[in-house]
Design a protein around this ligand. Structure first.
Ligand SMILES: [Zn+2]
Length: 271
């Protein structure tokens, strides 16, 4: 599933390709991916101009004028790709937005867990999911970050994955941040010192920043808005490395389940 860095890369590409263009026509090839009124979706969106693309948590947001926002959640296999004239890769396409600059924005999704929702300016206030999202980890300091975990009895990994605690972190970056911070994913947050929680914030910020600079991680379906893969998967130190030697201490890394998710850590140096 694309996480914060991958969605960040996607929206930067969309912003470059689409800002200023007008949506002239919308093809709703699969009404099931539209949350809300799928029948009226095309007519609601057509004619509006793209102001900007931005990210909140794992959502890609397209702000339009007159004011309306398209929110996309890519879930497992969703993609947002800009196609230029002559490219006709409509494979798995669910929605196609045709623009007056002759490009089109394709929302494709193999497994169809992803969705798109049109949100009016007032609509954000009534959207419980959006309102429940915690702060962006790259926009808060170590003290505020630590405060969100302090004294909580759940495992640190479960809390990192909880979008209400901090937004945008999924399985890959949770495991990578915990490894770099030397914290065992199963540890209760309440058992972790304030200093180590601050260290986790530093590790998470570093890993997210590095992943953004390397165009995200491509393990299954992720590509950026131009169709290019990321490179951060080559920098994984924990994710997917169960049974391999820990790059820090050499002990064999193990896989357990935490919060229902496959979790890899080093029993030697993550306490
Ligand atoms: Zn180790």
């Amino acid at each position: 599933m694309p996480e914060l860095p991958e969605v960040e890369i996607i929206v930067r590409g969309l912003d470059r390709a689409l800002a200023g263009a007008r949506i002239v026509r919308v093809e709703v090839l699969d009404p099931a991916v539209v949350q809300g009124d799928a029948r009226g979706f095309g007519a609601l969106v057509a004619g509006r101009r793209v102001v900007r693309a931005r990210r909140r948590a794992k959502l890609a947001l397209l702000d339009l004028d007159p004011a309306l926002t398209l929110a996309f959640h890519l879930k497992m296999t969703g993609r947002l790709v800009v196609q230029n004239p002559g490219q006709e890769a409509r494979d798995r396409a669910r929605l196609i937005f045709h623009l007056d600059n002759r490009a089109s924005l394709v929302f494709a999704d193999l497994r169809r867990f992803g969705w798109c929702r049109a949100v009016s300016p007032d609509g954000f206030k009534d959207w419980d999911f959006f309102r429940s999202l915690g702060p962006e980890p790259l926009e808060i300091g170590p003290a505020e970050f630590a405060d969100r975990f302090r004294g909580r009895r759940a495992s640190i990994k479960a809390l990192l994955l909880d979008q209400r605690v901090v937004a945008g972190v999924g399985n890959i970056y949770a495991d990578e941040a915990l490894f770099r911070a030397g914290i065992r994913p199963t540890a209760r947050a309440s058992d972790i010192s304030l200093n180590r929680l601050r260290g986790l914030h530093a590790a998470l910020s570093a890993v997210l920043g590095q992943a953004i600079s390397e165009n995200g991680s491509s393990i299954r379906d992720y590509v950026d808005s131009g169709g290019a893969a990321g490179a951060f998967q080559n920098s994984f130190r924990a994710y997917g490395r169960a049974g391999l030697a820990c790059p820090r201490c050499g002990e064999n890394m193990v896989r357990v389940r935490v919060a229902g998710r496959a979790t890899t850590y080093c029993p030697g140096c993550q306490k």
